[in-house]
Design a protein around this ligand. Structure first.
Ligand SMILES: [Zn+2]
Length: 173
């Protein structure tokens, strides 16, 4: 092998490594939780509004708490949640724990599924395009945060998706 081709390979290697690092780098973003003290409603937004905002429904100024996120981590976990939901849908033998409320159970799965799709759409809005998830071996426990597991389904919610952490005085129900 000549010196020149060795150099070329080296460059290609380095570029591949760089691309790989970029693919696996965290992407910082923010999710804002909005609480309307009048309607007692909680919702999240991916849009940053430095001058505050009013609740469309009632015109009241809402309280805001910004939560810093790693967009890629949120996206990866959401994809895994969807995968888990898909598996539950596919097991047409509805999981035993849902059987007594089979119909209600399916409706609940559909709502959860829609919530994941919506969340990922918001994350894509933050980066203005598609988000590459972390590789399969990435472990959400590396985030070192309070992850909430929605049992018995096994879905995982990061801190950004637990409004009660940000508005502890508000009853989310
Ligand atoms: Zn309101």
């Amino acid at each position: 092998m000549s010196n020149t081709s060795a150099k070329v390979i080296n460059l290609a290697d380095r570029r591949a490594k760089k691309e790989d690092e970029a693919r696996n780098a965290p992407i910082t973003g923010w999710i804002t939780w909005l609480y309307c003290p009048k309607c007692k409603s909680l919702e999240y937004s991916e849009l940053e509004m430095p001058n505050g905002r009013v609740h469309k429904k009632c015109g009241n100024m809402v309280e805001e708490v910004e939560v810093q996120i790693d967009v890629r981590a949120e996206y990866t976990i959401s994809l895994r949640n969807s995968k888990r939901l898909d598996e539950l849908f596919k097991e047409t033998k509805i999981p035993a724990f849902l059987k007594p409320l089979a119909k209600k159970g399916i409706g609940m799965l559909e709502n959860l599924h829609a919530a994941e799709v919506e969340y990922r759409k918001r994350l894509e809005n933050i980066v203005n395009g598609p988000v590459n998830p972390y590789p399969d071996e990435w472990d959400e426990k590396s985030l070192k945060m309070k992850l909430k597991t929605l049992d018995p389904l096994g879905l995982i919610h990061t801190e950004a998706r637990q409004p009660n952490l940000h508005f502890p005085e508000v009853d989310p129900s």
